[in-house]
Design a protein around this ligand. Structure first.
Ligand SMILES: [Zn+2]
Length: 245
């Protein structure tokens, strides 16, 4: 793949020398991609966010900028948790996608951007054992604190291209309603116990059409039922990766 080099000083070593096992997708939430690019290379920012960086940034035309080597820890996830892992930066590769985000007028992601996201993730997965279950949004690992990449991100398009996983709408689960939040936690949502936040952020990724729906529905229950059932399979290293390593 062709990357535009844009080395950032904002990185360090992955804790314990671990290999990346997750991919976290973000939106930049900036008016321009250039603004984000400059921010990711800024060694002494004056705002309260501090030094930040992803590994990659995808601009509005699908161009891919590379800031940090994949074996190093970039600083994109902040306070977060997934399956009890809290140092998400050490465990993940971070991809920022230029989009103005909820703070401005949150536009649709562009087809060229999504093409690049799919190509980049496929490329990354030839180098590292990253299960489809661990291809996530920032809002999945920091629900209630982060909204990105948001409900307009086309996770279904990624799933159709063989990236990540989405619920099968024809699946029907045999779950007790009391088990729903336990199932979410078991699936990976360990950042908070706030049920309203968990339901909303689960839907933002997996059932965006239900985002503003108030009550828990059968569709929510079927979705987590399906995802829980296939998790052991998608948790395995991908065959293409096994061949290469
Ligand atoms: Zn983010």
């Amino acid at each position: 793949m062709n990357f535009i080099p844009c080395p950032s000083p904002n990185f360090d070593d992955r804790a314990g020398g671990q290999s990346p096992s997750m991919i976290i997708l973000h939106y930049t939430g900036t008016i321009t991609a250039e603004e984000a690019r400059e921010r990711f290379c800024n060694e002494s920012p004056t705002d309260s966010v501090g030094r930040i960086s992803p590994h990659y940034l995808i601009d509005g035309y699908g161009g891919i900028y590379k800031f940090v080597e994949e074996d190093k820890r970039a600083w994109h996830a902040g306070h977060a948790s997934w399956e009890g892992v809290t140092d998400i930066n050490s465990a993940s590769i971070g991809i920022e996608i230029w989009n103005t985000g909820h703070e401005f007028d949150y536009e649709e992601f562009r087809p060229l951007q999504i093409e690049s996201v799919i190509g980049l993730i496929k490329d990354i997965r030839t180098r590292w054992n990253i299960s489809h279950h661990n291809i996530l949004g920032h809002s999945d690992v920091a629900p209630g604190r982060k909204l990105d990449p948001g409900e307009k991100f086309p996770w279904t398009k990624l799933a159709q291209a063989g990236i990540g996983v989405m619920p099968d709408i024809h699946y029907s689960a045999s779950f007790e309603i009391d088990d729903f939040y336990a199932a979410l936690k078991e699936y990976g949502y360990t950042y908070t116990n706030d049920q309203d936040i968990l339901l909303k952020e689960f839907r933002r990724h997996f059932l965006p059409h239900l985002l503003n729906h108030k009550c828990l529905t059968n569709e929510d229950i079927d979705a987590i039922g399906f995802l829980s059932q296939i998790k052991p399979k998608i948790g395995l290293p991908s065959p293409e990766t096994q061949k290469i390593r």
